[in-house]
Design a protein around this ligand. Structure first.
Ligand SMILES: [Zn+2]
Length: 192
């Protein structure tokens, strides 16, 4: 199975295998334990490290690199870290998204106790890639213009807006906390 896959031409969305066989590398995405190709190219299996990746034949693939500015949708928030679906890298849309990780120590210039005070699921963040040595790129939202650029109420899903220094839901008036980007607001630069 693994030998047959190595060198094979694959297209986005093509099933490559399951995580029990190998971990998803560059150009692949894992969904519920299944590894799919995220781009058109040639599958490469590293049987020593048990990693499958897909290399494009034409031009370098758009993948997050150290220093890349990214836009991501917060998928999951734990006490000290968040999982982020990176949808834009340096202005290029990723289809499908690439998973990134934001640790609380890289999330804010201030000390934050809980990741939920920084961002919540469905929020849109702007960040930078600081480390791609691991399978999942590590992100930071410490810098200028970094942080949440669009936020949604954790109670009803309504959009949160700033009135003065208070972040409030437009629908249910719930007040919440976030690590907001400097340009947060209706005029924020949010990709469609
Ligand atoms: Zn609400």
């Amino acid at each position: 199975m693994i030998k047959k896959l190595d060198g094979q031409f694959v297209v986005p969305g093509e099933k490559l295998g399951v995580v029990e066989e190998f971990m998803p590398g560059r150009g692949t995405v894992e969904v519920n334990g299944t590894v799919y190709s995220s781009q058109t190219g040639v599958a490469a299996v590293d049987s020593n490290r048990h990693i499958v990746s897909v290399k494009t034949s034409a031009g370098p693939p758009v993948v997050p690199e150290e220093g890349s500015t990214i836009i991501g949708v917060v998928e999951k928030v734990q006490e000290k870290m968040a999982i982020v679906n990176i949808v834009v890298v340096d202005g290029h849309k990723l289809q499908p998204p690439f998973t990134g990780m934001l640790h609380i120590s890289n999330s804010s210039p201030r000390f934050e106790r809980f990741m939920g005070d920084v961002c919540k699921p469905n929020d849109i963040i702007r960040g930078k890639v600081i480390d791609v040595s691991q399978r999942i790129p590590k992100l930071t939202t410490v810098g200028r213009d970094m942080g949440v650029i669009k936020a949604y109420c954790s109670r009803c899903g309504g959009e949160l807006v700033l009135s003065g220094r208070i972040l409030r839901c437009t629908l249910c008036l719930n007040v919440e906390r976030r690590r907001l980007a400097d340009d947060f607001g209706p005029g924020g630069n949010v990709p469609s």
